[in-house]
Design a protein around this ligand. Sequence first.
Ligand code: BG6
Length: 477
Amino acid sequence: SHVDPFDLVIFGGTGDLAMRKLLPALLHRYVDGQIPEGTRVIGVAREQLDDDGYRAHAREALGERPQLDAFLKLLHYRPLDARKDDGWQAFAEMLDAEPGHVRVFYLSTSPELFEDICNRLGSHGLNRGQSRVVLEKPIGHDLASASHINDAVGRVFDESQIFRIDHYLGKETVQNLLVLRFGNALFEPLWNAGHIDHVQITVAETLGVGRRGAYYDRSGALRDMVQNHMLQLLCMVAMEPPASLSPDAVRDEKLKVLHALKPIDGRNAMQLTVRGQYRAGVVDGQKVPGYQEDLGGKPSDTETFVALKAEIGNWRWAGVPFYLRTGKRLAQRVSEIVVAFKSVPHSIFDATVPLAQNRLVLRLQPDEGVKLWLTIKHPGPGGLRLRHVPLDMSFAEAFGVQQPDAYERLLLDVVRGNPTLFMRRDEVEAAWRWADPILAAWAASGEAPRPYAAGSWGPTAAVALIERDGRTWNEDS
Ligand code: BG6
């Protein structure tokens, strides 16, 4: 739907996220006619650049694209330092010159700067009226630092103005999960411990840490992917039906799931979790260095892979394991949610052939789609031969459109003021409350992450984690 011209200020405007994700997303929406002329996208960072310098930067990052020149005219740049006064007054005047614009302040900087930036926005009155602030992850690195940030931002902006982004919630398939679960009569009656054997969530990347080593090494896979993206996916699978799609109806249900997660701590972390770190190997036919070489030879105990077995202690999910795994430099880029149903209680077929489970597989990327694995009779004479086959729907094939990037949807949701797909403060903190004891248990154990070769599926212990329970990671995707 239509939006009026707005101002989007990107703090960290020259950074990786701005160049790789935010500007491309805005360009797509612009080409689709959803970003009206008069909109201003204002990059802010410490580098001394002018508008033209910033546009040149952006041009290089975006590459040749239709309508690029017109789009670049929307871009502006202001050099600002969150810790110094210089330039802030003029910046405020620039924004005040368009009092009718919705203002979005996108904080894509290190979270240590969030407080200073918000304070300066506040002291220049930029928190008033139709102003919104977007907090990019990570929001802190543990519960204490996250609450500190939330308090600091909350002193300047009202909770209704704060949009904590988790770009996984903007992915098409994640939204589709809502529609599949609550738009079909077929699944919900089976969506519980009575009928579901287990759930798997995999987010596998082939990329290494690239240029983000400085950030990543202080973070690791649990903080970078599990505390946010993967727990959000788990919540979307596990939550009770919200009464509506109103922001708080959805977020209340997700919060209950987070509260119901069983603790993983010093008593059980070694049984329920596996950490790994990639070594040199071959990914997509290319030789790649190991993690510590990517850091420039720095020794490190940071995990680039984690697999774990989570459980949700409530009536719907008691006893149903949720196996989560994510890692960098794995064999294949694939993200998927697998809901594995229990086998039929009694087989009337040839007892030597075990009946496979029905599995519902939601592929998030790279090829978004839904597969439902069924058992059917192999066609033809020759007796009742059973076959396990997927009902397979690829969105690209079915709809012939390229899926929009998650940021496209989410950026415009902020402009429209719709927080349904953003995290509320209590969700972020509940997620940290669950993650902190895992991190503490790892630290206390003093164990280094297990090495795995780049291009593999992670340490063999991750396979053992699920096979101990008589289950296997989904292989077809
Ligand atoms: C980011 C993480 O939040 O998500 C990155 O910080 C990760 O480490 C990225 O690569 C994955 O996002 P996507 O959309 O490529 O799956």
